[in-house]
Design a protein around this ligand. Structure first.
Ligand SMILES: NC(=O)c1ccc[n+]([C@@H]2O[C@H](COP(=O)([O-])OP(=O)(O)OC[C@H]3O[C@@H](n4cnc5c(N)ncnc54)[C@H](OP(=O)(O)O)[C@@H]3O)[C@@H](O)[C@H]2O)c1
Length: 244
């Protein structure tokens, strides 16, 4: 039986990932912090697709709950989508330690704590796929978003090592180097329309990448090119550029 776990299923992208998987007949386990929102998503999907859906409350930053959560899953998933993430205005994250730690713990340490537990189980079984959403922000620290970016950079590095470690063990890791998507997280940002995806389009591409066992994916090809240019700018020039 095909079983997908979505961590962060109440996110704008996560909701569409859930629908894309439901369409394909996956049994779903959905996690989030908001029980009511999870139930609404479940009810909506159940009205359209005859699949089994379980919901679980899970806070990614509550490390001590992670093992218990995974053990509590009725069935263990064959594919996991790690979608949860947190972005706060850089100035706030810099000046308020609570925001700083929330950014690091949601995008990096919390993600690693959960993915470590899940990947150990998959390794033991010799099968499974993990798809995690990282960000182009992790490719180079820019003054506008380097705290969030550094957490995503750490996530990308972790996923790269895990992919190599588990390749021979039958477990696959897909890293999504996501560029801008129209969601709650990017609200109010100055987004360039032709470089920005709608969440349902991003979700469909993310699901496809995971099912096709892609390694490192840019959903919009120009981002690979743009970030390569940004990456190779010498540091003595980079530090003099205006904020972007
Ligand atoms: N949108 C973009 O432009 C963009 C670009 C690059 C990467 N990304 C990444 O894409 C992913 C999805 O984000 P989105 O754009 O769909 O934004 P979103 O709608 O704001 O989703 C963020 C999700 O993360 C969840 N979350 C935050 N803190 C959490 C915690 N401590 N425990 C559990 N869940 C937590 C939120 O849960 P609640 O519903 O409970 O608040 C929400 O469901 C994130 O990893 C983000 O970093 C987004």
């Amino acid at each position: 039986m095909k079983h997908a776990l979505i961590i962060g299923a109440t996110s704008d992208i996560g909701i569409h990932i859930a629908e894309s998987l439901a369409k394909r007949g996956f049994l779903l386990s959905l996690t989030g912090r908001n029980k009511q929102k999870l139930n609404e998503i479940k009810t909506k999907l159940k009205s359209k697709y005859s699949i089994s859906i379980e919901t679980y409350e899970l806070d990614v930053t509550n490390f001590s709950s992670h093992s218990k959560f995974y053990q509590s899953l009725k069935d263990k998933p064959s594919i996991v989508f790690f979608v949860a993430g947190y972005y706060e205005d850089q100035k706030k994250a810099r000046e308020d330690q609570t925001e700083l730690l929330k950014t690091i713990h949601t995008n990096y340490t919390g993600a690693l704590s959960l993915l470590n537990i899940i990947s150990l189980d998959m390794e033991e079984k010799g099968v499974g796929t993990i798809v995690a959403i990282s960000s182009v922000a992790g490719i180079r620290g820019r003054q506008m978003n380097y705290i969030y970016g550094s957490a995503k950079a750490g996530l990308t590095t972790y996923l790269s090592g895990l992919r190599s470690l588990l390749f021979a063990k039958g477990v696959h890791i897909s890293t999504i180097q996501l560029g801008p998507v129209y969601t709650k997280m990017s609200e109010g940002h100055n987004l360039i329309p032709w470089l920005t995806l709608q969440p349902e389009v991003a979700a469909e591409l993310i699901v496809k990448a995971g099912l096709e066992k892609k390694d490192l994916v840019y959903l919009r090809w120009p981002w690979r090119f743009i970030m390569e240019i940004i990456r190779i700018i010498p540091e003595w020039i980079f530090k003099r550029l205006p904020p972007f």
